[in-house]
Design a protein. Sequence first.
Length: 94
Amino acid sequence: MAATTVNPQITDAVTTTNVQILGSGPGQALGNLYQATSQALGNAAHNAAAAGQNTNTVLQATTTMGVTLLYGVDTAAGSVGISEILGVTKPAYP
């Protein structure tokens, strides 16, 4: 087999490219890490905001039902009292 020589410019170009790729690897890895971390933190903030909104909705519904119950009890007691006073219906007491 005949010995072949490679042009030194080709060897230099390949070496330079390899050094450049190996040198930029850690920086790209760190950039990927920062991007993934910021995406995770953004998702966490979004989830926290959505959970807060859902909590406020549940609390508002609970408050509304509580107030409705209070007004309903008062109205029912008042209507029973008025009915007894006016003699419209007489409740059956044991």
